[in-house]
Structures are given as C-alpha cells and as structure tokens.
Design a protein around this ligand. Structure first.
Ligand code: HEC
Length: 129
C-alpha cells in the first residue's frame, strides 16, 4: 500500500551525491549482506549476512519519516554501527550480530549516494503482517 507514493521520489535528482551511482555502489557494498532489489526475505542459497533492505527501510521510515533524517541515519549507522543505535530488536542482533562498519570501504559521498538510492528505490514488502 505504500509503494506507489515512492515513485515521484525516483524522479528527483540526487543533489548531494555528486553524480555517483548509488545503485551500483549499494550493490557493491551492501547487497552482499542486505537483499536490495528483492522483496523476498531469502537469498536463493539461503545465506544472508543481514536483514533484507526492505526490512531495514521499513523500520527506518517508521522512526525517521523524512528523507533527510532517514539518509543521515543510514550514513551514521553504516559508518558507526552500534547496539545503542540499532532499531532492530535484540533478536536481530542475536541472529546476525551487529553490522560491521563500512568505514574505510566507502567515502562519505559514496555513502550519501547509497543512502539516497536506498531511500528512494528500495521497495517495501507488501503488507502481510
Ligand atoms: C557484512 C554484512 C553487512 C554489510 C556489508 C552491510 N550490512 Fe548493514 N547490517 C548488517 C547486519 C547484520 C545488520 C543487522 C544488525 C544491526 O542492526 O546492526 C545490519 C543493519 C543495517 C541497518 C539497520 C540498523 C538498525 O538496526 O537500525 C542499516 C541502516 C544498514 N545495515 C545499512 C547498511 C548499508 C547502507 C550498507 C552498505 C554501505 C550495509 N548496511 C552493509 C550487515 C551488513
């Protein structure tokens, strides 16, 4: 029910990402653990390093409704993950562990591009809970 209103956002340009390709960067740096382009909650080989991105986004949008808040949370978390910042419940941490920092692997500008891309394009799972 929430998927359609995201469409107009796809048309806005990424002002802060300086022409970087957020999709490519997200695939490179985040997709190995977070399913990004799928609504499924399982990789075909059954191995996942983290919660699927639709799940991350769903949690974040409940807590941080604006794009600005949500993207700065993504950036802050990816650089300095911690139990205090976690929106996921303890069960997630027990299952996956706390996310390792991507510090040193992506620049801030790249992370901004990733965050913008994720916020705009990750589909949310159809409501079935
Ligand atoms: C090595 C695996 C791994 C990689 C790579 C990875 N993550 Fe994560 N991520 C996790 C795990 C595990 C969790 C769940 C535990 C937690 O929240 O720390 C998580 C959780 C998150 C959360 C939600 C935190 C919360 O609990 O509120 C965000 C946001 C996030 N990741 C963003 C990213 C972004 C952006 C990238 C790419 C730049 C990325 N992750 C790359 C493993 C990874």
């Amino acid at each position: 029910m929430k998927a359609l209103y995201l469409l107009p956002l796809l048309l806005t340009t990424s002002l802060f990402s300086q022409g970087l390709d957020g999709e490519q960067l997200a695939q490179k740096h985040c997709a190995s653990c977070h399913l990004i382009t799928s609504n499924s909650d399982r990789l075909t080989d059954g191995k996942m390093g983290g919660p699927p991105m639709w799940g991350v986004l769903k949690k974040m949008k409940q807590k941080f409704p604006t794009q600005e808040e949500a993207t700065s949370y993504i950036m802050s978390y990816a650089l300095e993950p911690s139990e205090e910042k976690m929106l996921f419940p303890q069960a997630t941490r027990d299952y996956f562990g706390v996310m390792p920092s991507v510090q040193g692997k992506v620049t801030k500008a790249e992370l901004q591009a990733i965050a913008n891309y994720l916020y705009k394009s990750t589909r949310e799972r159809p409501e079935n809970e």
